[in-house]
Write a protein that binds this ligand. Sequence first.
Ligand SMILES: *Cc1c(COP(=O)(O)O)cnc(C)c1O
Length: 393
Amino acid sequence: MSATDEQALKCTTNPGTGDSGFTVPFVDLATHTRSFLDEAETAIREVALRASFILGEDTTRFEDEFSAYLGVKYAIGVGNGLDALRLALESLEVGAGDEVIAPANTFIATALAIHGVGATPVFVDCDPQTYGIESKLVESAVTPRTRAIIPVHLAGRAADMKPLLDIAKQHGLKIVEDVAQAPGAKYELSDGTHRHCGALANAGCFSFYPGKNLGCWGDGGLVATDDQNLADKLRQLRHYGQKVRYQHTVKGCNSRLDTLQAAILRIKLPRLDDWNAKRILRAQRYRELLAEVADIEFHDAGPRGSHVYHLFVIETDQRDKLHTHLTQAGIETLIHYPRPIHLQPAFADLGYKAGDFPCAERAARRMLSLPIYPELSDEQQDHVADAIRKFFQ
Ligand SMILES: *Cc1c(COP(=O)(O)O)cnc(C)c1O
C-alpha cells in the first residue's frame, strides 16, 4: 500500500472529528455540531420519549421537508447513500445482464450499487475541464444492454446534465443521479429554469454520512423522485418488501432512515443553504489567496450555486510533495480519489487497465482537496494559503 493510499484509508475511517491533532483539520464536525447541539438534544429526547425509532414521525416529516426543498414529489429515506443508489436501480428494474454507465472518477459506492443489483458497471472517462462524466464518451459506451447512466455531482459540482438527458431520451435509458456530494447544488435546464441536483432525472440519491454537506450522526440516505410507482417500490424494498405488515410482495431488504437520524436532519436542513453559501465564500477566498500561484490549477468554474464545494480541489504536478509539506505545517488534506474505480483491485474482474481513462488517471495523480467547511476561520484559511504559497516559492 502506498503512503497516499494509507492516508486516504485512515481518513475515510475517521474523517476529522475535531480532535485530529491538525491545526487545520480536513473537517471539523465537533465545532459544526456545537452550533445546533441544544436543538438536537431536545429533538432526540422527544424521539426517545415517543419511542418510535423505526419509520417514526420524524422520518416521514423529514421526507416531506426534503422533497419540498428539492422540488420533487417523493423522498424515501434509506439506510445510507450506497443503498439509495442500489435501491433506485433495483426499483427501475435494472438487474442481471444489464449495463450501467458511470464515471471512472468517483467514490466506489457508485460502482458497488451497480454491482449490487447484478448489473455490470461500464466506466467512462471524465471531461478534463469539469471532471464530470464526458457525454461524448457516454454516447459511445451505449450498447443494446445499457439500461441506465449514473452521473455523479462530484465534489459538490453539478454534472452537465443536458447532454446526458438527451442521450437517455434517445436511447430509452434511465438516469440515476449520485448527489451524495452535492445536496443544495442547482443546475440550469434548457428552458432557463434552475432545479436542484437530484431533481433532474428519474431518481436522485443522497447520502447523509456525517462528513457530507448535509450529514447526520451515523449513516443515512435518501432517494428523491417524481415517479409515484418508483416511490412505492422504494418504500417496499427498504422495508422487507412489505406494504402491509407481514405481507411480503417483493424480496426487499432492511434499509430505513432511522427516526433519530431524521430528527437531526430536520434541524440541519433549514441551515443547509446558509452552510453551502459559506462554503462558496471560502472557495472564492481560496481562489483569491492562491491567484498568484502559477503552478496550481482549479477546475471549479461555473454558475454561482452550481457548485456547493463539498470539496475544494486543486491540481498540481507536485501533489505528493505538497501533501507532505501541508501535513508538516499542521494542515490535513485528502486525495479524492487516489485511484480511479477501474483500477481498484475490487473491480479487477472487469478487465480494465491503466491508460484506459487518461483524464481520470491524470486527475488521480494531481488532485488535492483542501480543508473547506462552513466553520473554517479566516486564520485557518490564511494558514493553508500561506503554506501553499511558501511551498511554490
Ligand atoms: C459518500 C458517497 C456515496 C455513498 O454514501 P454512503 O452514505 O457512505 O453509503 C456515494 N457516492 C458518492 C459520490 C459519495 O461521495
